[in-house]
Design a binder for this molecule. Structure first.
Ligand code: GUN
Length: 307
């Protein structure tokens, strides 16, 4: 990492996910140009079966990011009341469509849809979320094909800020299938961005602060607003905030977004900290684009130099 790059990604101790995301997206543009030279346009299908405003926002941000980069976006929306089979039919048609290289079904799906069957129904070669059991197994075995987007984005953020994970004490707060578990798996891999001594904390952890105060790197992904505050952080620790929580606010929208970290108190102690919004969020989308480009490259047998 050059000093020039450091200046662009770090403002004081605040690590800018938009800046890191921009750098990676610029390199992805070159990969897409290589694919285009061979007549391949990467395609991503997004499927939404929800009327949750946050899910709708996330999916439209993903579509817009695709279009901005020259990835073709295919989108299907289903009523949350539709029969589960309609969703499986949509996934099947995307699996069969050679113009679609990546498929993402936005989670959560309604209760009457078997979430695990959804994850299994996506062709593992098109599973750009990395949630199919085959891809989870490959990640755990140290042979990842598609790293899940949010934990992969966190790895890229740490790398961009020149934070070496090797030999560090890392504490992951949260054990979700989407973030906590794959994050811990990446951190323990014998590979760059891994080699950390990793503890996973969760809702049944007896004394969360006792664990986080020991950490060189805290990754907060529990889904509780401002759960981790300055008292729970060691002086000089690196704090990565994965949380996106809507809390009531006295403004036009009636809400504001806050992370799982109390930014004000934690930033006084942290050597590096990510904001919400503008930290991990933009990286999740960037790594989805990364996985879509990788999927197209593998399926079409056109090598590219991924960032
Ligand atoms: N819901 C929240 N995060 C994600 C994600 O990374 N992928 C999908 N498919 N759904 C989500």
């Amino acid at each position: 990492m050059t000093e020039e790059l450091d200046e662009r990604v770090l403002d004081g101790n605040v690590l800018d996910g938009n800046a890191v995301g921009d750098l990676i997206r610029n390199e992805l543009r070159e990969c897409i140009a290589t694919l285009e030279d061979e007549g391949v346009t990467p395609g991503l299908a997004t499927v939404l079966m929800s009327e949750d405003p946050a899910s709708e926002t996330y999916v439209s941000m993903k579509q817009r990011a695709c279009e901005d980069l020259g990835i073709e976006s295919f989108h299907r929306e289903l009523s949350p009341d539709a029969p589960a089979e309609e969703l499986f039919d949509v996934v099947d048609s995307m699996n069969e469509n050679p113009d679609v290289h990546g498929i993402l079904v936005q989670m959560p799906v309604p209760d009457h849809v078997d979430k695990r069957r959804v994850l299994r129904s996506i062709d593992p070669a098109k599973d750009v979320d990395g949630f199919h059991p085959t891809n989870v197994g490959r990640l755990v075995a140290g042979d990842a094909r598609f790293k899940p987007c949010t934990p992969h984005g966190v790895q890229k953020l740490l790398e961009a800020a020149d934070i070496d994970t090797e030999g560090k004490e890392a504490v992951v707060v949260g054990r979700s299938d989407i973030v906590g578990k794959p994050m811990a798996n990446l951190l323990i891999q014998k590979a760059p961005g891994g080699n950390a001594t990793t503890t996973v904390c969760h809702s049944r952890t007896a004394d969360l602060g006792e664990k986080t105060r020991e950490a060189d790197i805290v990754i907060a992904a529990a889904g509780y607003p401002e759960l981790v505050d300055g008292e729970m952080i060691r002086e000089g620790a690196v704090v990565i905030d994965v949380g996106v929580n809507r809390v009531d606010a006295d403004n036009e929208k009636g809400y504001k977004l806050v992370g799982d970290v109390d930014f004000e108190s934690a930033s006084e102690k942290a050597s590096v900290i990510t904001p919400v919004p503008g930290g991990v969020g933009p990286m999740t989308i960037t790594m989805l684009l990364f996985n879509t480009v990788k999927a197209a490259s593998l399926q079409e047998d056109v090598p590219v130099e991924l960032p």
